[in-house]
Design a protein around this ligand. Structure first.
Ligand code: SF4
Length: 103
């Protein structure tokens, strides 16, 4: 029954082309260099700024996104990663559990 309800909700997002789940790759760089990795290993500094990210987060919120993954590369190579996490938690997912996985 619950699985059917989730399917119905998911279908509504698909029908309206809305992002239900978002996987956001914040950076290319990483402090490791795993052979199997698909990302670039050199660091690039042309990240989106915090104000640019705030706009995107607001748009995701308005579209009803329910699950957001911050990924990379390794997102913690960004000096402002804690500001980003706080912004997401405050503006978007404050009532949801926050989980952090790092390499
Ligand atoms: S992003 Fe992940 S897979 Fe890629 S080098 Fe870093 S730890 Fe390894």
């Amino acid at each position: 029954m619950q699985e059917n309800m989730i399917d119905q909700i998911q279908q509504k997002y698909f029908d309206r082309n809305l992002p239900w789940i978002v996987h956001w790759e914040l950076v290319y760089g990483c402090n490791l260099k795993c052979q199997h990795c698909y990302t670039f290993h050199e660091e690039r500094k042309n990240y989106l700024s915090l104000p640019q990210m705030a706009k995107i987060i607001q748009q995701l919120k308005e579209m009803g996104t329910v699950f957001l993954t911050l990924s990379g590369g390794e997102p913690f190579v960004r000096d402002d990663i804690m500001d980003i996490i706080e912004m997401v938690r405050r503006e978007f997912f404050c009532d949801h559990p926050f989980k952090c996985y790092i390499n």
